[in-house]
Ligand binder design. Structure first.
Ligand SMILES: Cc1cc2nc3c(=O)[nH]c(=O)nc-3n(C[C@H](O)[C@H](O)[C@H](O)COP(=O)(O)O)c2cc1C
Length: 392
């Protein structure tokens, strides 16, 4: 076991323990209210022995004994910040309040940041009086300005947006959950499995740790199998293209005018910055592109970097023979080449050089003028698909 310090929301330090090899498929384990990450020590060791990498967290603690506990939102922001820094998508395991945090972080944020969800006695609707009696849930939940009904409504709405496989575990003797409350949760989720642990109450994972660990490992083997990294290799052009597709790029439309003064353009992701002094950039144009002769003849061209809303523009300029400019708003600057209005960034260039590049021509431009919009997200391209950025 190794002790770690993770960074939560606003870079707040979050104490964590790691079990196993960090190259193995990861899990993040969240405790319930009033518990520490130590409740997962047993599970952490069992997971490491089964070839998994388990990281258990403490929840952010109030600054002093009399301080108001943090509300659900603060914990959700912490988890989202931690998830955003994970190198591969972990399975989220949450007990009680930890399960609520996991549900909200996935369902309200980026659902794709985890590969599966395991909820341990974490029903959206709890009997708060029974919870206090039980001592497992303290006044912490009162740190939230929401009523129990509002929390339940919020969590069910979040759970309904979760697409990953989910294991919903109940302690058969729990006084905080009922079979009905678990069935209600399962009913809104996309891919749930229900399990009950006999002889265990609300703290089922700790009270019957062997049974719980076996249940968890069996679920993982079935639903999130350990796949050793698989490296594909070869020297054929298909493998080369796929390997190059691992380099994520933005998407541009390169434009110019042909000898008749007609606008010409094509989608290109081979755009690269070259030099700041002089100000040079390049783009590689296929020798088979029907617009190549126009770029060969032209003295000027423009590169337009597309934003996330311009996927249709990318498709239009990637189809040969389409009337690409019919539905495209363009303007001209001094260089009199078409600039796509509203692009994330546009670079107007003088042709600096054109070099042979095998089945492509390498077109180098000297930038005359740039314009960019600092707020919008870029359209991305990775492994043959459009992608978008996601932030915590
Ligand atoms: C995301 C994406 C990136 C592309 N990048 C390039 C590129 O860098 N260079 C290129 O010549 N073609 C690239 N293409 C393909 C051209 O856009 C496509 O062949 C287009 O039909 C060429 O138009 P044209 O034949 O009318 O000139 C890309 C297409 C897509 C969808």
């Amino acid at each position: 076991m190794t002790e770690l310090e993770l960074l939560g929301f606003g870079d707040a330090p979050i104490a964590a323990s790691a079990f196993g090899n960090s190259n193995d498929p990861p899990l993040l384990l969240l405790p319930g209210s009033g518990q520490s990450r130590r409740v997962w020590d047993d599970a952490g060791r069992a997971l490491a022995a089964a070839g998994r990498y388990a990281v258990s967290l403490d929840l952010r603690a109030p600054p002093g004994p009399d301080a108001q506990p943090y509300d659900l939102d603060t914990h959700v922001r912490d988890l989202s910040a931690i998830l955003a820094r994970f190198s591969s998508r972990p399975v989220l395991v949450g007990a009680s309040l930890g399960g609520w945090i996991a549900m909200a972080a996935l369902g309200e944020g980026e659902p794709d940041l985890a590969s599966a969800l395991v909820l341990v006695d974490s029903p959206p609707q709890i009997d708060i009086a029974a919870a206090r009696d039980h001592g497992a849930i303290t006044e912490d939940i009162g740190g939230d300005s929401m009523t129990m009904e509002q929390i339940a409504e919020r969590l069910l709405a979040a759970a309904a947006r979760i697409r990953q496989p989910a294991l919903i575990v109940r302690g058969a003797q729990s006084r905080l959950s009922t079979p009905e409350s678990m069935a209600q949760l399962a009913a809104v989720m996309r891919d749930p499995e229900l399990a009950e642990i006999e002889g265990a109450g609300h703290l089922a994972a700790a009270e019957q740790s062997e049974v719980f660990n076996a249940l968890l490992l069996e679920f993982l083997e079935r639903r999130v199998p350990r796949e050793p990294p698989e490296y594909l290799q070869g020297s054929d052009s298909g493998t080369l293209r796929d390997a190059l597709g691992c380099f994520a790029t933005g998407v541009t439309v390169v434009t110019t005018v042909d000898e008749r003064g007609e606008p010409v353009g094509l989608t290109a992701n081979s755009f690269t910055s070259v030099s700041l002094d002089p100000e040079l950039l390049l783009v590689c144009l296929a020798k088979s592109a029907s617009s190549l002769p126009a770029f060969q003849a032209a003295d000027r061209f423009a590169v337009n970097v597309l934003h996330i809303g311009q996927q249709p523009v990318s498709n239009r300029f990637a189809s040969r023979g389409a009337d690409k400019f019919a539905d495209t708003d363009v303007e001209q600057w001094e260089g009199e080449v078409p600039i796509l209005k509203g692009s994330l960034a546009s670079f107007e260039c003088d042709k600096f050089a054109m070099h042979d590049g095998g089945d492509h021509e390498i077109l180098i431009g000297r930038v005359r003028r740039v314009r960019y919009e600092p707020q919008r997200d870029p359209l991305l391209y990775f492994r043959g698909k459009y992608r978008r950025l996601h932030f915590a």
